[in-house]
Design a protein around this ligand. Structure first.
Ligand code: K7E
Ligand code: CUA
Length: 659
């Protein structure tokens, strides 16, 4: 039996390789364009000075960032640093944002970000926030869509690989987080082969309040499966969240074979409204689980890091009716809920068919106790009693499904490298189109909400190969834009992406643009080291610690001559950008500082830390070409030997008399 499974997996690997090979060996450049016709160019053309209709937020995968594209043009609008330090913006380098990357493991300047998720109200994207998971050191970030900056990051304890995250509920009551890797619970030094007795899988529900602040409301302790992806119910299924599992075999080695044995794994259905009742009744255990919550304050321009000490854990044993398992073939990856909330699609990676469960049938099966068995106090519902339909042999290696507003579903097939359109309810395949190459997620704006916009679809591809000019051994990943407004899907555009764009979210630009911040009002600046005008600038020494209160405005710094700094001093340069105008940042860099530049937005204060190492006079300058006299935007700091008596003084000179 084991051997057979090995061959099955090996055969899949071979099919996969052949698919890639076949796809990428076309020598004719026209062969790969799909159904491109002349309209494609005009369909994606956004004339100079015109705006795109949609924002697309793409995860950066192993870049740890989010990139923002305009759609349909595919133009890159911005890269937003989230989990990774970004020298371009000084994020994670300046003193204000370093606390954002604080964890119980210390400062972690990187993560693997997979799933951007827009906040929702009544099941529709509302343009307030974007959430994204950090997979490696479990975290969830919230980005503020008025500033397009990372506003908050919360660490998720009792978790290993925060993959099934951060999918939102209908009104952003919660974002969820499920552990991909089960880990010892509580975390401890145990033999790996004690997996079955010591390891557990944890699902977390993170409460989001009206200001967007996140707090872990509760965690649900489950068997040591791998919890891969999630989506929350909507409409009739509002109040439930569904998580896919694989490795229900509970193996800890050679998973490619060992975790592919069971004919069916599960979708775990969590009744979070029930969980709220159990929490209110005190049916939880409050356990020690240190985790950091890091928030950026828009007024002080400073992030603070707060250690949270405990979490509330619910168990199926103490909380009947909280969790049910829906058998689903075979190592399902994505789980997607259609706009009505009735259909729950399990994308079984190794299954020949696509399984669709019915929420109505699930409730009836629970009511009638149609249980096949019980695992760790979790009832396993009978497959026949919950399955609604099956899309037969749609393709190879289904991963993810999204929806349009006409009752159609679109599923990606990694191995056969295509997207298949099929009908909800009749399960018939309507159309298929190749993706170049090996598509992972797909994205339709609003495609996982109650109100999809059935106009465009984006494929997020894993392999690029010959799609662009070669750039050495590595090619950027690739996205493809399709028109889905007609019966047949039409390829419109290819564009490269940053990092690995696992998933993306799209939203009508008009839901965001009117709220977009133009600058930070100076009168609201509460930074303790701000200088709200040039008269407030100064240099203050306290032992070997020196604080420089500096301002910038086109086209000078104040002060721009500083003396009395000594080798070995700990110098904090607090730069306030006095501009009160849209899109006029000033930069700041100083020779020999072991950090990145500052890039200070209008009205903001940011701080660079610098330890001068050598005596001399070092120049500093503005790094962002801000005006015709940007090159004149410079200054000097005199560095004297340690222990010297050079007097501390600072100035910004008067214009020369002859002028
Ligand atoms: Cu399918 Cu991390 Cu959502 Cu990538 S995951 S594809
Ligand atoms: Cu300020 Cu260049």
């Amino acid at each position: 039996m084991k051997k057979q499974l090995y061959y099955f997996t090996a055969a899949l690997a071979i099919i996969f390789t052949i698919a890639i090979f076949a796809n990428s060996c076309n020598t004719s450049r026209t062969a790969n364009t799909g159904a491109l016709d002349n309209d494609a160019a005009s369909a994606v053309y956004v004339a100079p000075g015109e705006y795109d209709e949609y924002y697309g937020f793409f995860s950066g995968g192993f870049s740890g960032q989010v990139s923002v594209y305009g759609l349909p043009s595919g133009r890159l609008l911005k890269v937003i640093p989230v989990f990774s330090q970004d020298a371009e913006k000084g994020y994670g380098y300046n003193e204000e944002t370093k606390p954002m990357l604080n964890t119980t493991f210390g400062f972690i300047p990187w993560d693997d970000a997979h799933h951007p998720e827009l906040s929702q109200t009544n099941g529709e994207t509302d343009g307030r926030w974007l959430f994204i998971n950090g997979n490696n050191t479990p975290r969830i970030a919230r980005l503020d869509l008025t500033t397009f900056e990372t506003a908050e990051i919360i660490e998720i304890p009792n978790s290993g690989g925060n993959h099934s995250s951060p999918f939102t509920t209908e009104n952003t009551e919660y974002v969820v987080a499920g552990t991909r890797f089960s880990v010892p619970y509580p975390q401890k030094d145990v033999a790996i082969d004690s997996y079955k007795e010591n390891f557990k899988g944890m699902l977390s529900f993170i409460k989001v309040n009206d200001e967007g602040h996140m707090e872990i409301a509760f965690q649900v302790l489950l068997p040591a499966f791998d919890y891969d992806l999630a989506h929350s119910g909507k409409g009739k299924s509002h109040g439930w969240t569904f998580f896919t599992t694989y490795n229900t075999e509970e193996k800890h080695t050679l998973l490619e074979v060992n975790a592919s044995q069971n004919d069916k794994d599960f979708i775990a259905a969590i009744n979070w409204k029930k969980a709220e009742e159990y929490i209110a009744q005190g049916k939880y255990k409050e356990i020690p689980a240190e985790h950091y919550s890091n928030r950026y304050d828009e007024k002080s321009h400073i992030a603070t890091s707060t250690l949270q000490k405990t979490v509330k854990v619910l168990t199926p044993e103490d909380c009947p009716g909280l969790v049910y398992f829906l058998p689903t073939p075979k190592s399902p990856h994505g789980v997607d809920v259609d706009p009505s909330g009735e259909y729950i699609i399990g994308n079984g990676k190794l299954s020949a068919d696509l399984t669709v469960h019915s929420f109505t049938k699930m409730l009836a099966a629970i009511e009638n106790k149609d249980f096949e068995t019980t695992i760790a106090s979790v009832p396993v519902l009978k497959y026949d009693k919950v399955v609604s339909g099956v899309v037969t042999k749609p393709g190879l290696g289904p991963l993810h499904t999204e929806f349009d507003n006409d009752g159609n579903a679109y599923t990606t097939f990694f191995i056969s490298s295509e997207i298949v359109k099929w009908k909800l309810g009749t399960w018939e395949v309507l159309d298929r189109i190749p993706a170049y190459y090996s598509v992972g997620h797909l994205m339709i704006p609003g495609g996982d909400s109650k109100k999809p916009d059935g106009k465009y679809m984006v494929a997020l591809n894993k392999i690029t190969k010959d799609r662009y000019l070669p750039t050495g051994p590595e090619m950027n990943h690739s996205a493809q834009l399709y028109d889905i407004s007609g019966d047949k899907m039409k390829l419109l555009l290819d564009f490269p992406t940053i990092g690995e764009p696992h998933y993306a979210q799209g939203i009508l630009a008009s839901k965001i643009t009117s709220k977009s911040k133009k600058f930070y009002p100076l009168e609201e600046n509460e930074h303790p080291h701000r200088a709200l005008g040039e008269k407030d600038t100064k240099v203050v020494r306290d032992g070997s610690e020196v604080h420089i209160y500096m301002t910038s405005i086109r086209s000078h710094f104040a002060p721009d001559n500083i003396e009395g700094i000594k080798v070995g001093d700990k110098v904090f340069i607090h730069l306030t950008n006095l501009e009160q105008d849209f899109d006029v940042p000033h930069g700041f860099a100083i020779q020999g500082a072991r950090t990145a530049e500052l890039l200070v937005m209008p009205g903001q204060t940011e701080t660079m830390y610098w330890e001068p190492q050598r005596e001399g006079v070092v120049p500093f300058y503005c790094t962002d070409f801000c005006s015709a006299l940007h090159q004149e935007m410079q200054g000097y700091i005199r560095v004297s030997p340690a222990g010297s008596s050079t007097e501390l003084k600072w100035s910004m000179g008067e214009p020369d008399e002859e002028l």
